[in-house]
Design a protein around this ligand. Structure first.
Ligand SMILES: [Zn+2]
Length: 268
């Protein structure tokens, strides 16, 4: 697990160029998240570590649904959930997201056809195990303009590690921003008060806050899990909906058409 954590840390500067490319290029039609006029809080757990179960237990106790991202090659290996546990989570209403076959960053897979073949294969492996996914959580967060276009036909949305709260007219449906919680959070703002403030803002204006958790990392402690429970309770008491990614997308209209020739033209 800490191998994954270190891989992510080593790649943070590489995201700068991809973020600049997104800003300069602007959003294409399929990337635009239309009518984002309602707030929500989403809890995502990356990597499907066994310790994700702690977070799922917190959510279950409040009748909430979260997102668990899964890399098929890691399922059932040391420290990671097996397929039976993932099926139980899905049956309990939690959303499973695709996280690459072996957690290799998509920017390292060339040519693009190899990436799309690998994604198709991974999705079919999950399907064979009775699991379905509508969302991709990019391994190590890496995504760029070509990757988003190539993967749009496979998924309803793509989630990055790029920092931010999603608001306004510039939300990229295939590069949705997150706010780290627990592991990776120290460089931004670790205090409970800071997260509560973020929730308070979302109660006043449309904000989609997606917390990024890595419960399998040693940087995520039991104190973080307890803090998460207090924060979800705080949000619930004030009326902020807590939804999975697909649940929140269901509240928005309309969806772009996916899987047409325009998207396929970018695959090589
Ligand atoms: Zn990951």
């Amino acid at each position: 697990m800490n191998r994954i954590v270190n891989a992510i840390k080593g790649r943070l500067p590489a995201h700068f160029a991809d973020r600049m490319e997104e800003r300069i290029g602007g959003l294409r039609d399929f990337e635009r998240l239309e009518s984002h006029d309602s707030s929500a809080l989403t809890i995502t757990c990356d990597d499907s570590a066994r310790r994700d179960q702690d977070i799922v237990s917190v959510l279950d106790s409040q009748n909430l649904k979260g997102v668990i991202s899964v890399s098929p090659d890691l399922v059932g290996t040391d420290g990671f959930l097996d397929y039976a546990a993932l099926r139980d989570m899905q049956a309990g209403g939690h959303e499973l997201a695709f996280h690459g076959n072996d957690h290799s960053p998509f920017t390292d897979i060339h040519p693009l056809r190899k990436l799309t073949d690998s994604v198709a294969e991974g999705l079919s492996r999950l399907q064979d195990q009775g699991l379905s996914t509508q969302t991709v959580v990019y391994p190590c967060g890496n995504n760029n303009r070509r990757i988003r276009q190539a993967l749009a036909p496979f998924f309803r949305a793509g989630v990055s590690t790029w920092f931010g709260v999603n608001s306004g007219k510039r939300i990229n449906r295939y590069s949705i921003r997150r706010v780290p919680f627990g592991a990776y959070a120290s460089q931004h703002a670790p205090s409970e008060h800071w997260y509560r403030d973020m929730i308070d803002v979302a109660l006043r204006e449309p904000r989609w806050i997606i917390l990024m958790l890595h419960p399998g990392s040693t940087e995520h402690t039991p104190d973080h899990t307890a803090m998460l429970q207090r924060l979800t309770q705080y949000a619930l008491e004030r009326g902020l909906p807590i939804r999975s990614v697909s649940e929140h997308l269901d509240t928005l209209q309309p969806e772009p058409v996916r899987g047409n020739d325009h998207f396929q033209a970018g695959v090589s």
